[in-house]
Design a protein around this ligand. Structure first.
Ligand SMILES: Nc1ncnc2c1ncn2[C@@H]1O[C@H](COP(=O)(O)OP(=O)(O)OP(=O)(O)O)[C@@H](O)[C@H]1O
Ligand SMILES: [Mg+2]
Length: 433
């Protein structure tokens, strides 16, 4: 029979040498690597940590498991065991219950707290049901009484390994389920956001349809009405002019002048109404938007000055010319400038910002006037919506119709008491090109 000798290896397991009587000690196998395997190889990838202060126990148990193909590590106290548990992450620890210093129970708790995936089997010479219960509660996977039958111990370890495999797989599946649930949740959130965005888009399109319907109804009625009204109206004006001739009574003369003025006012409204709904004949020409705005601003200059309004230009680009009808482009801006000036009767600033982004030109008309109350914002483009005693409420309808003709867009932002910004976007290529 050979005699067993042990030699401590720093930081890890023992190496074992088996000497035959009369022969020198020859190192035969390194246990800590678990690569050179004696006997069966069924646990080739499994690392087992044995913790026992009795070195003979340690070596014999190591040999049993080594022979079955385990990678075996050994430690003779709790401190060594914890170091090895951390660096080697064994699957199973066979832990002696009674050890000097830190006992098996405390070591068990420390291992389980720090490395829950390491399964611990407690070996003890003395056992009671009470101890067994407290060990299981502290996280032990099994509890083996010494002395044990080798085969029995191996079977217990293998059983614990199987349980461990199932439990770890289970844990992984649960984690995977949680991950998938989170993924589904984030998909849901994304979908909800998309639905919300699309609903908003739909709402905008619906609003545009409603607006178009309003315009076409208005067009249908006004095209006939305006025509029918303007003829008798012209006659009234003409007769009033005739009556004025040769009239001595200054009071009557004044009345007739008032009739003429009112007739002109009605005629103006009718013209505006027709502008709002009827597309005038195109006279397309190459236009420079900043130049059109500049010449209009010159016309508005004296009105602005009268009300103490400063005009500021912030042209950030010189966009190429666009093919458009001059009268129509002028109508867009003259209506917006007129509205702004009318809302700044006590002074303010009218700013025109011009920018080019790709093939679009953006113009902001910003005023520091009274602003538009929230409840009116939806209605300002409606034909005949006005808050002014002498307004027709057709200015913005004209603006909207023309901008749509050019495939452009108009948006408004306003805060009561602070001012209003109309933002216009016009494509640089004309609808015909
Ligand atoms: N810059 C602005 N600041 C505050 N309110 C505005 C502004 N522009 C338009 N509005 C509001 O929108 C309404 C409709 O404007 P719109 O130009 O269509 O008609 P109007 O100016 O009232 O009359 P018209 O232009 O026919 O003389 C105005 O009466 C006003 O209440
Ligand atoms: Mg107006």
């Amino acid at each position: 029979m050979g005699k067993l000798r042990m030699k401590r290896q720093p930081g890890a397991a023992f190496s074992i040498s088996v000497s035959k009587r009369g022969e020198p000690f020859m190192p035969r196998q390194e246990l800590q690597e678990g690569k050179t395997v004696l006997g069966k190889t069924n646990q080739r990838d499994t690392t087992l940590l044995l913790v026992d202060d009795e070195k003979v126990n340690l070596v014999l148990t190591a040999q049993i498991f080594h022979n079955r193909g385990f990678r075996v590590l050994t430690a003779s106290n709790a401190a060594e065991a914890l170091v090895l548990a951390k660096s080697e992450q064994p699957e199973v620890v066979l832990l002696d219950y009674f050890m000097p210093g830190k006992d098996g129970f405390t070591t068990l708790k420390e291992i389980k707290n720090t490395f829950p995936d390491i399964y611990v089997i407690i070996l003890t010479g003395k056992g009671s049901e009470e101890i067994a219960v407290s060990l299981m509660k502290a996280g032990a996977s099994d509890y083996v009484l010494k002395p044990f039958v080798n085969q029995d111990l191996v079977e217990r370890v293998e059983k614990v390994l199987k349980v461990r495999e199932v439990e770890i797989r289970n844990k992984e599946l649960l984690q995977e389920r949680d991950r998938l649930l989170l993924e589904i949740e984030s998909w849901n959130r994304m979908l909800e956001k998309r639905v919300e965005e699309k609903s908003l888009e739909l709402q905008k399109v619906q609003e545009e349809i409603v607006q178009t319907e309003k315009m076409s109804t208005l067009g249908y009625i006004s095209a006939g009405m305006a025509h029918e009204i303007r003829n008798p109206l012209n006659s009234i004006g003409l007769y009033a002019q005739l009556l004025k001739g040769g009239l001595d009574d200054p009071e009557r003369f004044e009345f007739l002048e008032k009739i003429e003025m009112e007739v002109q006012r009605i005629d103006g409204i009718l013209r505006k109404l027709m502008d709002a709904v009827k597309r005038p004949r195109y006279h397309l020409q190459e236009l420079s938007i900043p130049k059109v705005i500049d010449s209009l601003l010159e016309l508005f200059q004296s009105r602005a000055k009268m009300h103490g309004i400063r005009i500021e230009r912030d042209y950030r680009a010189t966009p190429p010319q666009i093919l458009a009808d001059l009268t129509e482009v002028e109508q867009i801006f003259s209506n917006l400038f007129a509205n702004s000036i009318e809302e700044m009767s006590d002074g303010g600033v009218l700013t025109i910002v011009l920018e080019q982004k790709e093939d679009m030109v953006h113009i902001d008309v910003i005023d520091t006037g009274k602003g538009i109350p929230q409840e009116d914002l939806q209605r300002i483009f409606d034909p005949f919506f006005t808050t002014k005693s002498s307004g027709t409420g057709l200015g913005l309808s004209v603006v909207l119709r023309i901008i749509r003709t050019y495939n452009g867009k108009i948006a408004v932002k306003s805060e009561a008491g602070k001012g209003t910004t109309f933002s216009i976007t016009l494509p640089l290529h004309s609808p015909e090109s």
